[in-house]
Design a protein around this ligand. Sequence first.
Ligand code: FMN
Length: 220
Amino acid sequence: MKKRLSGLLIAMALLLLLTACGSTGNSDNENSSQQNKESVQAAESKGAYDAGKADDADKNVIVVYFSWSGHLDSMAHWVADETDGDLFRVTAKEDYPEDYNETADRAKSEQDNGVRPEINIDLTQEQMAKYDTVFLGFPVWWYDLPMPMWTFLESYDFSGKIIIPFFSHEGSSNGANALPTVEALANGADFRKDDALSIRGGKVDSSENDVREWVRSLDY
Ligand SMILES: Cc1cc2nc3c(=O)[nH]c(=O)nc-3n(C[C@H](O)[C@H](O)[C@H](O)COP(=O)(O)O)c2cc1C
């Protein structure tokens, strides 16, 4: 009788031990499957993040601008910084005078006579070919695009590229003829005139946040 009782006790102890082991094993499995799930999710979201980064890296941005009194210079630097784009300034080989009236006269005469002033820009055709988005900055001059930018637009092939304009003015807030001019000259480009950023000259100095937000709103 004593023997049978101790056998029963041993059997119960064994059963308890097995049950305990079984439940520990289970919770380990649950833990590891939970951990797996979390690491898969983390990897997936990291993958999505990396893919997002890759998308951004795929956006090859160039920022090209012309500026006489400095407003576009400021705007273009903010755009380049926000887009991580390469910044190029177009200047006329023959500098415009420092005097406003003299510059206004020369600009008017160039426009009336369809002059394409020679420009300085250190950018080869091959380099230009690798960009897919061009942020184009200019002041409105005589209700149109300054003639050095005509020269620039006629010097490169923009077909298939996205062109996003930003400009400054002292009253021609819709850019007057400047946007239609860009559209005509950048033949074959995807010209995003509806995305254009227009800022009055006198407000440029306090517009850094607006410029940066504009860039972000375009997903760059
Ligand atoms: C030669 C010249 C012509 C201009 N013509 C116009 C114009 O037709 N309409 C306008 O709104 N502003 C006109 N402006 C003002 C400029 O567009 C404005 O001051 C702009 O902010 C200048 O940019 P910047 O400092 O980068 O040169 C003209 C300025 C100059 C120097």
